[in-house]
Design a protein around this ligand. Structure first.
Ligand code: SF4
Length: 431
C-alpha cells in the first residue's frame, strides 16, 4: 500500500467522509484547527468502521470531535471560520486556546539537560537509567491520536523538543554511566527514513558504550502504518539495522501503542510483528485508558490476550494525561482501577506483565494500586513505578479517596497529613 496522508486541508476528499453531515465535517475543521489532525489511507480503509463511525473507537481516535475543546473555544473558532477571518486572526485565537490546554505536562521542560554549557533540546533525562532522544526527523506521526500528550510537538513550535546531532547524544550518554536505556521518541521516530535511523543508531553502536543495554523505540507505526516493517522501500533495511543492534549484544525494543484490539486484526500487522520478532526485536505494548475508546475491562483483556498470542509483551496501562483533550477522554482513578482489576482477572499469568493504571506525572509514574480502608478512612493506595528519585519506587503511600479524581493533582494526602512523603525532596529538586 502506498502511504497517503490526510489532514485538515484534504480530508473532505476521503471517499468515506461522504457519510458525515456538513455539520460534522465543519466540527472536524473547527477542532482540527486547534488540535493537530492527521490520518492516512490505511487507518481509513482498514481500521475504521464507517457503518458506525459516530461511536467507532478508531474514528474517535483519529478524527477531532466537537467536545474535545470547550464550548466557548469551539464557538469562537467556529465564528471566525464562518466569517472567513484572516489566517493571522484565527491563529492568534488558536494559540490562546492551545496555551490553556497545558501544553507542557509533567514538567517536561525541567527534564532537558544542560551539558557542557549547552541545553540539549532533543534530550530528556528524568529517570536516572533512561534517556529520551527526540530525533528531528521523527517529530511527526503516520496519523495523530486525538488523545496525544505530545500534541504541542506538532502544533506549537516553542514547545517542540528535537535534536539532529548524534554526536551530542553520544557524548551525553558517555558522560552519564547510570543511563542503561536510550528511548527514541517523538512524534513517532518510525516515520524517519532508515538512513536517519542508521545515522543515530550506528553512532551509538560505534561508540561502544558499555553501560548502554537497551535501545527502545516508542511508536504507533505498528498499527497505524504497519507497512513500515513489511513493504515500505526501506523496511528490510530497517529490520537489518535492528538485527545489527541485537548482534552487538544490545536489546532492541519497540514500545508500541495499541489502544484497541481491532488494531491487531489485519494481516499486515500480524506479518509486521512476526518480522520484527524474527530479527530479535522485543515488542512491548502500552496505551492510556480512554473514555469512548477502551474504557471497558473486556476490551483490555481481549487486547492483552491477542498481544500475547502474537508475541507482544503487555507493558503499561496509563491514565490519560492532563493535557489537550483530557476532559473528553478522562476516566476517574477509581473507575480506572476497577477496569484494570477486572481486565487483569480475566487473563492468565503470562499476560500479567502489564502494570497500571499509572499516571506519568512530574514526580514520577504513580500507580493506583487500589482502594482500601485504613484506620476508618477510605484511601487510594498509590505506588511509584518510577520516580525522579529512585528511592521513592515501590513504597506504598496513601491519598484520601475521591471518587471524582482523574489525575494526581486532584488528590490530597490521607490521614490528615499535610503533604505526601516525597514532596520535600521533590520541591528541593525543582528549586
Ligand atoms: S503516535 Fe504517539 S506521538 Fe503520535 S499522535 Fe499518537 S500518541 Fe501522539
Amino acid at each position: 500500500m502506498k502511504y497517503k496522508p490526510y489532514s485538515l486541508y484534504n480530508f473532505r476528499k476521503i471517499p468515506q467522509i461522504e457519510n458525515l453531515t456538513e455539520e460534522q465535517k465543519f466540527n472536524i475543521e473547527v477542532v482540527g484547527t486547534v488540535l493537530p489532525f492527521k490520518t492516512n489511507n490505511y487507518v481509513i480503509d482498514e481500521l475504521i468502521d464507517w457503518d458506525n463511525f459516530e461511536e467507532d473507537p478508531l474514528f474517535i481516535l483519529n478524527f477531532p470531535q466537537k467536545e474535545m475543546i470547550d464550548n466557548d473555544s469551539f464557538n469562537k473558532i467556529a465564528a471566525l471560520l464562518k466569517n472567513k477571518a484572516s489566517k493571522q486572526i484565527v491563529q492568534q485565537e488558536v494559540n490562546k486556546i492551545r496555551l490553556k490546554l497545558n501544553p507542557n505536562p509533567a514538567g517536561q521542560e525541567s527534564n532537558v539537560p544542560v551539558f557542557e554549557g549547552k541545553k540539549l533540546n532533543g534530550i530528556q533525562h528524568k529517570y536516572k537509567e533512561i534517556m529520551l532522544f527526540f530525533p528531528t526527523q521523527g517529530q511527526t506521526c503516520h496519523a495523530y491520536c486525538t488523545f496525544c500528550f505530545r500534541w504541542p510537538q506538532f502544533a506549537l513550535s516553542e514547545f517542540k523538543f528535537a535534536m539532529k546531532e548524534a554526536d551530542s547524544m553520544v557524548s551525553y550518554l558517555k558522560a552519564n554511566p547510570k543511563i542503561t536505556d536510550v528511548l527514541f521518541t517523538g512524534g513517532d521516530p518510525a516515520v524517519m527514513k532508515t538512513r536517519f535511523f542508521k545515522e543515530y543508531i550506528n553512532a551509538l553502536l560505534d561508540a561502544d558504550i558499555p553501560h548502554l543495554k537497551n535501545i527502545r523505540i516508542g511508536t504507533k507505526s505498528l498499527t497505524f502504518w504497519p507497512y513500515r516493517y513489511t513493504t515500505d522501500d526501506d523496511a528490510d533495511e530497517l529490520l537489518e539495522l535492528f538485527e545489527k543492534v541485537k548482534r552487538k549484544g544490545i536489546n532492541i525494543a519497540l514500545m508500541v501503542h495499541i489502544n484497541h484490539p481491532r488494531e491487531l486484526k489485519t494481516k499486515v500487522v500480524k506479518r509486521a510483528v512476526k518480522r520484527l520478532i524474527s530479527v530479535g526485536v522485543q515488542v512491548r505494548s502500552q496505551s492510556p485508558l480512554l473514555r469512548k475508546i477502551n474504557d471497558n475491562a473486556d476490551i483490555w483483556a481481549k487486547n492483552w490476550k491477542e498481544q500475547v498470542k502474537m508475541g507482544i509483551i503487555p507493558y503499561y496501562m496509563f491514565i490519560a494525561r492532563d493535557t489537550g483533550a483530557q476532559d473528553y477522554f478522562a476516566v476517574t482513578l477509581y473507575r480506572s482501577w476497577q477496569i484494570f482489576r477486572n481486565a487483569y482477572n480475566q487473563i492468565s499469568g503470562i499476560c500479567r506483565t502489564v502494570r497500571g493504571p499509572s499516571m506519568s506525572c512530574d514526580p514520577g509514574k504513580v500507580q493506583v494500586v487500589g482502594v482500601s480502608e485504613i484506620k476508618g478512612e477510605k484511601v487510594f493506595v498509590l505506588n511509584f513505578l518510577q520516580g525522579r528519585d529512585s528511592s521513592w519506587v515501590g513504597k506504598p503511600f496513601f491519598a484520601k479517596f475521591d471518587p471524582e479524581a482523574v489525575w494526581f493533582d486532584d488528590l490530597e494526602p490521607a490521614f490528615g497529613d499535610s503533604k505526601f512523603f516525597f514532596e520535600d525532596a521533590y520541591f528541593e529538586m525543582h528549586a
